[in-house]
Design a protein around this ligand. Structure first.
Ligand code: ATP
Ligand code: MG
Length: 577
């Protein structure tokens, strides 16, 4: 590609609303443009990177036995009614009507569509296992689209689905996808970590997310510093240490705590550690009050709460809820003598004793309270969020660490979550009808592109890993008006392309400084500088974008080095020729 003709509209200034490096750099370097909130055009350089990610995915999917299909984006309502997700998916699904009033959703994911395809075209155990995938746009009307490609409303996803005869088969398909995903992210030049995950709106029970560690990542991960355990914080367990005070024999006793409402205030005032207190949170759950109890040093984990409550329709008491239920005194509410509310408590309180909690009386708290003895709990569940330094739930000695990450992929063991309601059955060897056992596997292709930039950039621009770069080589003749430089650049451009390399030739009549600045911004991993050194010695300078390492080489040497990098299999052929 000749830069003078290429559509690479770079920007001098960072766009005001771009808060993270990938968003800023991809816009500035002319890889993409914003159309509307969470909706972007991909320009030639961005498209080139996407294509390389897709090439890697296709190679790995093929190697793992998956077959590519392409399903419609428009999905009929009736199909989503079959799974029950037409209403459950809520406002995140974009919906529309055709001219005769039939309703459709723009596919946020394709479990219903693929299940419909497979149920109508496979009937026998001989047709299974089957693994189908596609790469294409997905639509989710995200509440907060942000960070450019990291959370879009239209984005590119690879989504795959496996169909097996039984659970054993499904586990095998799942394992194959897990491994293929690891290879894909490694080839894309990412550091990544697979973590146990919540299953959310997709359903099923076992799931893993593939996380790319990054400070700006919206996902929080807990991992063990000693064993393999790693989980999304929405799911992460920890070994609890039961809080037991020194006087479990004493009965509850009121303490005057004027104006002290929060755990911090009361703990400071009474001189008790937060973990020796009971945090009592009031939630409105499907319009009814529920008291949620935790050790005072824990945050409630709303993903865990959703699982414990069996619904996603709940919220922490809002001002109007406190008004509506004046029985509950904000800041002084506690489980002893609490009326009219279901009480659920974190497992950490199960054997606890001699704690402090709200007294349900203004400006008062209770000392020496023991769950079970002084109040009843309707259910003990896992509700707390794991903290840095908690004991690992899996091994003896390990401690949990926390880090932020970008979720670039997720895989789910769906089992019969869709095949039962959609009646995707097959006939087994004995002619009996059985539900297919499914898995589902997604990669955020456009998000991955941004995640790679988050991990691979410096203050001058992007640094593309070789497998994903929009080109293999950037040729920079430093003075386009000099014929010797121009001729060498053209020769290198021609010969590199003959060897199957993707090349960007900076044939613009620009100052050397601005050529370098643009090259740094765009981030092609290798550049051939043709300038003073060439005029003196006839050699080119091969520079690495990542560390600036330079080598002086002849054109032939330079070509050979890059060709071997890009096409290792060509090594023998090249030296022979
Ligand atoms: P998140 O929790 O980040 O909203 P998700 O768990 O809802 O994502 P999945 O349903 O697992 O997403 O979709 C598969 C993959 O698609 C995700 O792992 C992620 O990489 C990508 N993805 C999901 N939502 C978006 C989005 N709004 N923009 C870009 N990529 C996305
Ligand atoms: Mg996910």
């Amino acid at each position: 590609m000749r830069q003078s003709r290429a559509f690479i509209p770079t920007l001098k200034e960072s766009p005001a609303d771009a808060e993270v490096a990938s968003h800023r750099l991809l816009l500035r370097a002319g890889f993409m443009r914003k159309v509307a909130s969470g909706i972007y055009d991909f320009l030639p350089l961005g498209t080139a990177v996407l294509r390389r990610i897709m090439d890697i995915i296709r190679e790995e999917m093929k190697a793992a036995g998956a077959q590519e299909v392409l399903l419609p984006i428009l999905q009929p309502r009736e199909l989503w009614e079959e799974s029950g997700r037409w209403s459950r998916y809520g406002e995140e699904m974009m919906r529309l009507k055709d001219r005769s009033g039939r309703e459709f959703g723009l596919g946020p994911t394709h479990e219903e569509m693929i299940t419909d395809l497979v149920r109508s075209n496979t009937g026998s155990y001989r047709d299974l296992p089957l693994n189908l995938y596609q790469i294409g746009p997905k639509y989710r009307d995200e509440l907060r689209p942000r960070f450019g490609l990291l959370r879009g409303r239209e984005f590119i996803m690879k989504d795959g689905y496996s169909f097996d005869r039984d659970e054993e088969g499904m586990l095998e398909s799942y394992r194959a996808m897990y491994e293929a995903y690891g290879r894909i992210f490694t080839r894309c030049g990412c550091a990544w970590r697979a973590v146990e995950a919540d299953t959310g709106l997709i359903g099923g029970d076992v799931s893993h997310e593939f996380m790319v560690p990054a400070e700006i990542g919206e996902a929080q991960i807990a991992y063990c510093d000693s064993c393999e355990y790693a989980a999304n914080l929405e799911k992460a367990g920890y070994r609890r240490e039961t809080p037991r005070g020194p006087r479990p024999d004493l009965r509850p006793q009121e303490a005057h705590t004027p104006g002290k409402r929060t755990i911090e205030e009361v703990s400071g005032f009474l001189g008790v550690e937060p973990r020796m207190m009971i945090k009592c949170l009031m939630y409105l759950v499907e319009d009814r009050p529920v008291a949620v109890l935790l050790p005072g040093d824990r945050e409630a984990n709303e993903a865990k709460l959703a699982r414990a409550l069996g619904t996603e329709t709940f919220r922490l008491f809002a001002p109007e809820d406190w008004e509506r239920f004046p029985l509950y005194l904000q800041g002084f509410v506690g489980p002893v003598g609490l009326e009219g509310a279901r009480v659920i408590a974190d497992q950490g309180l199960q054997e606890a004793a001699d704690l402090v909690c709200g007294a349900n009386r203004v400006d008062h708290h209770l000392l020496h309270v023991s769950p079970g003895r002084d109040f009843q709990v309707d259910a003990y569940c896992d509700l707390g969020t794991a903290l840095e330094g908690d004991a690992c739930p899996r091994c003896e000695a390990g401690r949990l660490r926390r880090e932020a990450g970008i979720e670039v992929g997720q895989i789910f063991q769906l089992k019969t979550r869709y095949s039962l309601p959609l009646r995707a059955f097959y006939r087994d060897e004995r002619g009996e009808s059985r539900p297919m056992v499914m898995g589902t596997y997604g990669i955020g292709v456009s998000r991955l592109m941004a995640a790679v930039v988050e991990q691979n950039h410096d203050d001058r621009g992007m640094i593309w890993p070789e497998e994903l770069a929009p080109a293999d080589l950037h040729i920079l003749p430093l003075d386009w008006s000099r014929e010797e430089l121009r001729e060498e650049a053209e020769a290198l451009y021609r010969e590199a392309r003959e060897r199957g390399l993707e090349v960007l030739l900076d044939d613009r009549d620009e100052r050397a400084g601005s050529k370098f600045a643009d090259a740094d911004l765009i981030g092609i991993p290798w550049r051939a500088v043709i300038g003073r050194e060439f005029l003196k010695t006839g050699r080119l300078e091969l520079q690495a974008r990542r560390d600036g390492e330079k080598s002086l080489l002849s054109r032939g040497e330079l070509l050979e080095r890059l060709t071997v990098k890009r096409h290792p299999a060509a090594r023998g052929k090249i030296s022979a020729g």
